[in-house]
Write a protein that binds this ligand. Structure first.
Ligand code: SF4
Length: 155
């Protein structure tokens, strides 16, 4: 008897997790579990900050009182919101089963982000893109939780 082929999931992923050098400092957050998922599924990578027109490398940003500002005091809210809107458009068109995003980013953070004081202080709020995607009903997973889920499977 023929074995049923496992259905491939459609996954949207923060591009830095896939090894793309799109982080503010020109580096990436390459993640082996994400790469494994990429090999077995259909994956769309997005970097909302680049999609919003920001360069790489760039000055780091945080969300303060609802507005995104750079460490040197420039307002980059429009760029962040534009990148988030583009990710949402893409998600609406492609309908991913799951979205996996980098932790604590002012764009991609699902559970936490920094508080806008540039002191390393975290708040339990999502980044701009993650928030918009979740408000529109998309299932977003913090990459740290993906690692936890995988460890759970191995037990
Ligand atoms: S915006 Fe998201 S995808 Fe782009 S570098 Fe930051 S965390 Fe990674």
């Amino acid at each position: 008897m023929k074995k049923d082929k496992k259905r491939k999931m459609k996954i949207m992923v923060s591009a830095c997790l896939a090894g793309e050098n799109c982080k503010y400092n020109g580096g990436n957050n390459r993640n082996e579990i994400v790469l494994k998922l990429m090999a077995d599924n259909e994956v769309i990578t997005v970097c909302p900050e680049q999609m919003g027109g920001l360069p790489t490398p760039r000055v780091p940003s945080e969300v303060r009182d609802g507005l995104v500002i750079t460490k040197d005091g420039r307002i980059v809210d429009a760029e962040f919101r534009s990148g988030a809107a583009k990710c949402l458009q893409l998600a609406k068109r492609l309908q991913p089963d799951l979205i996996i995003l980098q932790s604590r980013s002012p764009s991609c953070g699902v559970k936490q982000r920094y508080d806008g004081t540039f002191t390393g202080t975290l708040v339990d709020q999502a980044g701009v893109t993650a928030q918009l995607l979740m408000e529109n009903g998309f299932r977003c997973l913090d990459v740290e939780d993906l690692v936890t889920v995988q460890r759970g499977f191995k037990r």
